[in-house]
Ligand binder design. Structure first.
Ligand code: ADP
Length: 493
């Protein structure tokens, strides 16, 4: 049937959404609700998982209500903010504690202690990750140590990432997680595809509290019909960045995408062999189908769109994010101004939590437009440094597919092409995360025979930005960035 539909749930950090997709990949309906961010202490970030569930269900009910013939709805695809952990009572489904969000840094000390004790090599070898508060395991360890209600719950305690909690609520009690989300917990051996005893012991986590790890594609669960009148199968699951990778059609080794949202996340598919990084990139599971794992290398930039938000809300230099583009075009060049956005430390390939942001090269002729341009230029420079790390790890880019809220900025897209010296490709529909979940579910429910065919059928038009910069301009600019970056890193290693 050509007119079958897919319901996608996209449970993000700042909002949760439900969308309806056609087999051709068109989005027919979308509902969105904000998610409250709680900051109980500096560096702590929490969510109320009950709110995530309530608002997600409200979005689902809204979009399902807009479908004239609900019998056409064939499957659900789910994508979600990764690494965030939820603790709940498996008898009631109610949260037992706040959810600890991926951005939360409260476990920096736990991670530093484990690093000092020499555990990082083992963790990296098995998980592809680093000992960093970003990942779920240290958050679970902290919660078990500091929230007595969790231990007191005994066998009733269930722990999982956000998709795991949503599925538990959607199905009335099934406790599963997909391989891509599980690979971000730091409790999984990503080559074996299962929880690892040594890691569980290191973080003191009981395996009985964790979900069963399943494929990203297939008939994975069935929704409780009491929720919105339909016993729909859940046929596609993936963490947001993996979903965006698939939503960009990056399926073959070497294909690469960069999502510029609050932060920026670059994933390059490496095939069914896990690749070890020698340059502090992460290796992670892209997706698992019929038990076969497909891997990716990942580089994360912590500050991307949040820099533009900072220019707007904290400095008041721009009235809207879109104004950054007009200002960047107003000046001929950056006037020697560089902005290193290390506002929350530096992510890959530096992984330096102590670095702090810096604007350098200011003169009396420096205008607001130079600073704003320097902020946008920083995206291309940071991406360039990751490009070098990917190449050194044997995964060079021949093109880069971009998406995320910032990617609508044409000036930035062109600057990326210039600095990276590869074509930069942007789909007209930049909601690639939701598109990826739709693609996974379309394959999982048999609407398409393979990911490749689903991607070909569901991904629409793209625009390509080709490099045009002169060699000397580019090398001068990169030299300026390297000097600015060295200034930021000096004494902060
Ligand atoms: P997330 O999914 O992480 O919440 P989005 O993908 O929605 O983020 O992207 C939002 C970010 O993009 C904001 O931080 C905003 O500052 C930035 N942004 C939006 N429009 C533009 C623009 N035209 N130019 C530069 N940045 C932009």
């Amino acid at each position: 049937m050509e007119n079958r539909l897919i319901l996608v749930i996209d449970a993000g950090t700042t909002s949760t959404r439900a969308l309806i997709f056609t087999r051709a990949g068109h989005c027919l309906a979308m509902a969105q609700e904000e998610i409250d961010q709680h900051y109980p202490q500096p560096g702590w970030v929490e969510h109320d998982a009950a709110q995530i569930w309530d608002r997600t269900l409200a979005c689902i009910q809204t979009v399902v209500g807009q479908v004239e013939d609900t019998s056409l709805l064939s499957a659900i695809g789910i994508t979600n903010q990764r690494e965030t952990v939820v603790f709940w009572d498996r008898r009631t489904g109610e949260p037992l504690a706040p959810a600890i969000v991926w951005q939360d840094r409260r476990t920096a000390d736990i991670c530093a202690r484990m690093k000092a004790a020499g555990h990082e090599a083992m963790v990296t070898k098995k998980t592809g990750l680093l000992l960093d508060p970003y990942f779920s395991a240290s958050k679970i360890a902290w919660a078990l140590e500091n929230w007595p209600d969790l231990r007191a719950a005994g066998d009733a305690l269930a722990v999982g990432t956000v998709e795991s909690y949503l599925i538990f609520r959607l199905t009335g009690g099934l406790h599963i997680s997909d391989a891509s989300n599980a690979s971000r917990t730091s409790l999984m051996d990503i080559e074996q595809g299962c929880w690892d005893d040594e890691l569980l012991a290191l973080f003191d986590v009981k395996p009985s509290t964790l979900p069963r790890v399943v494929d990203n594609i297939g008939h994975l669960a069935t929704c409780d019909p009491a929720l919105f009148g339909l016993a729909l199968p859940i046929c596609g699951l993936a963490g947001d960045q993996q979903a965006a990778t698939i939503g960009q059609g990056c399926l073959e080794p070497g294909q690469c995408k960069a999502t510029y949202g609050t932060g920026a996340f670059i994933l390059s598919v490496t095939g069914t062999q896990r690749r070890h990084s020698a340059h502090r990139l992460l290796s992670t599971i892209g997706w698992q189908q019929d038990g076969v794992r497909h891997y990716a290398l990942e580089g994360s930039i912590f500050v991307a769109g949040s820099l533009i938000k900072w220019l707007r809300d904290t400095l008041g230099l721009i009235a809207s994010a879109a104004e950054s583009e007009a200002l960047a075009r107003e000046v001929e060049d950056n006037g020697g101004v560089y902005l290193v956005p290390a506002h929350s430390g530096l992510g890959a390939p530096h992984w330096n939590p102590h670095a702090r942001g810096q604007i350098s090269g200011l003169g009396l002729g420096s205008a607001k437009a130079h600073i704003v341009r320097a902020a946008l230029e920083a995206m291309a420079y940071q991406t360039h440094d990751l490009q070098a790390a990917f190449a050194a790890d044997g995964a060079p880019w021949s093109e880069l597919r971009i998406d995320g809220g910032m990617s609508v900025n044409d000036w930035m897209a062109q600057d990326l092409a210039d600095i990276l010296q590869v074509p930069v490709i942007r789909p007209d529909f930049v909601e690639t995360t939701a598109k990826g979940a739709a693609i996974l579910a379309a394959v999982g429910c048999g609407m398409y025979p393979s990911l490749r065919e689903a991607a070909a059928g569901m991904i629409g038009q793209c625009r390509t930005f080709a490099p045009v910069i002169s060699t000397s301009d580019r090398s001068n600019r990169l030299a300026g960035w390297r000097a600015a970056l060295a200034g930021v890193l000096m004494g902060r290693e």
